[in-house]
Design a protein around this ligand. Sequence first.
Ligand code: MN
Length: 262
Amino acid sequence: MKRTRRDLFKSAAVAGAGAALAGDSAQAQAGPKMLFEAARATIPIVGSSDVFAVRRIYCIGRNYAAHSREMGSDPTREPPFFFQKPTDAIQNVKIGDVADHPYPSLTKNYHYEVELVAALKTGGRNISLDKALDHVFGYAVGLDMTRRDLQQALANEKKPWEIGKSFDRSAPLGPIHPVDKVGHFTQGAISLAVNGIVKQNANLSFMIWSVAEQIAKLSEANELFPGDIIYSGTPENVGPVVKGDVILCKIEKLPDMSVKIV
Ligand code: MN
């Protein structure tokens, strides 16, 4: 018997429907097959072979008074605001390494911002301030790398400045240190040096909104989930780097994190 393509299609459809009805098709039970696997960002965990799966990267803006002033704002009147980076902005930097970090396209004014990063193990909506830190799995040293010229030009034009902040590899960070090893961070030195010269030098206690307050405030806007990480803002004296520069980031109680601009 000569079978046409149409006949083949019909018989396959009938067989498929029968299998689904009978419930004996593995594919029907498993649901639709994914066309391909999309890359998923993860972060190593110090002292564990497990990794932390990243769901969202939140960043708070202008969270140190002196940095807020250098960006042209009045910190006393400003409620916290947040933006996001894509999860594939993550660049994992090993302890003791100086990782190559590519100078990105489209900018002539590429800035560093050293920040404490909080990684969440649980989430929720409208999280109360006194329960906020219970959601933190651990902390890391991070860089919120910024195409400052694009950020400022777009802001001046009242356009979204996303491309100034949210781009490939714009979120280098060290491994996550679990809270049960390092505790929480309400104070402690935070600094950044370029080629051995200290540029940013402040204390985590200078944050306008603490990590606990950031979690509570953010959970009013979005439901938070395990895998969300929060960049907690940078102190004053942000500035540019060029190819060949080595950035060294320090936060008291955590190992240093370093990248070289290439
Ligand atoms: Mn920042």
